[in-house]
Design a binder for this molecule. Sequence first.
Ligand code: DC
Length: 236
Amino acid sequence: MVAMDGPSGTGKTTVARKLADRLSAGYLDTGAMYRVVTLAVLRAGVDPADSAAVAELASQVGLGIGTVPGQPEITLDGQDVGAAIRAGDVTSAVSAVSSVPEVRELLVAEQRRIVGRVLGETGGIVVEGRDIGTVVVPDAPLKIFLTADAAVRAARRSSQDTAAGRKSSVDQARESVERRDHLDSTRATSPLRAADDAVRVDTTQLSIDQTIVALCELASQRGMLAPCTAAAEASR
Ligand code: DC
């Protein structure tokens, strides 16, 4: 089991999915779960700042989340919302929704259920988020905290948005990334922070493949995987 935390734009999602693939493990994107609840809040016309209303709605959300690294299906009431949860309105509101303690309690319980099930089925899982090593699975044998300079994270986020057909500029992305970093790391309930025993990996100067090589090395040190090389990664 690998717990992967860190702020947005560090390459976390891509890296977590590739690592899960390498480990023949399942994959869980907990940020997507907070995004689905946020989408439901917005669609219901509930104010994301109204914690009581958000908490009540969260208990009724029909959330579906897949755990196959190559193709994690994300649904709301049975409908595919993989693209809708990445839209700007959801990204702007997700920090408010994810700061509501009842929402966190509900989703953390669901995340632990999923982790238990996938561990039983495949023997391994890579879980990514903000509080995975500190709260969701604090006994994970490998905890990684990915970081990168804010400017680099903003540039990555902006090019991802552009590639997905969403309007974006580096300045806007930087503002959004820094705003979310601040909200996510200062909230009262399970803020974004590295677990004391997490290994910090700074991806500012690393490509995705180089990051994977570094993580494979950590996984192999813990007996989860044979070491992999940059050349092998580039050819995958
Ligand atoms: O990883 P992401 O950008 O999709 O996450 C969306 C938001 O969800 C992020 O701003 C913080 C929140 N989040 C959280 O509070 N706890 C998690 N375990 C995962 C995400």
